[in-house]
Design a protein around this ligand. Structure first.
Ligand code: HEM
Length: 145
């Protein structure tokens, strides 16, 4: 993947600006809006409704774990595929997550990032972020067969 200087700077800038305390809402959003994604989190306890999901400490903790995964991609923008080989195998073979869900989660993240950045989330910034998500998703899909 070829990145422009603008795209590189924008992705790093987004991850330095986001409010990590509240960004975990993206995982809540995914579980609420795409309820079939709840089936993979049977060990997380009560996901019965939106209030239960947003106040579930396991969901909040897992949102941070996913963000840490994404930070690895930001730090290795020239090698995201290799960076995510193990994570892809985990989601495919062990967790058996339907890979169509990856972009649904990515879109939820884009919505929460957009809400946090406000007017700084310009169309150019959105395009750069969407490209980053597309590379992440295609890397996570790689070990599926
Ligand atoms: C675990 C990242 C999408 C379900 C994880 C872990 C990371 C991660 C870093 C922890 C791995 C470890 O413990 O070594 C991501 C990223 C995603 C993504 C970057 C896409 C942007 C999804 C989606 C689902 C999912 C869409 C299901 C709908 C799970 C489950 C676990 C997990 C069930 C194990 C949770 C646990 O029991 O602790 N993911 N993930 N992931 N992921 Fe994902």
């Amino acid at each position: 993947v070829a990145w422009t200087d603008f795209e590189r700077a924008t992705i790093k800038d987004i991850f330095s600006k986001i409010d990590y305390e509240h960004i975990v809402l993206f995982l809540c959003l995914c579980l609420i809006v795409y309820p079939w994604t709840q089936r993979y989190f049977a060990g997380f306890g009560n996901l019965y409704n939106a209030a239960a999901i947003t106040s579930n400490p396991k969901v909040a903790a897992h949102g941070k774990v996913v963000m840490q995964g994404l930070e690895k991609a930001v730090k290795n923008m020239d090698n995201i595929k290799a960076t995510f080989t193990e994570l892809s195998t985990l989601h495919s073979e062990k967790l058996q997550v339907d890979p169509d869900n990856f972009m649904l989660l990515g879109d939820c993240l884009a919505i929460v990032v957009a809400a946090q950045l406000g007017k700084d989330f310009t169309p150019e910034v959105h395009a750069a972020f969407q490209k980053f998500l597309a590379v992440v998703v295609s890397s996570l899909r790689r070990q599926y067969y």
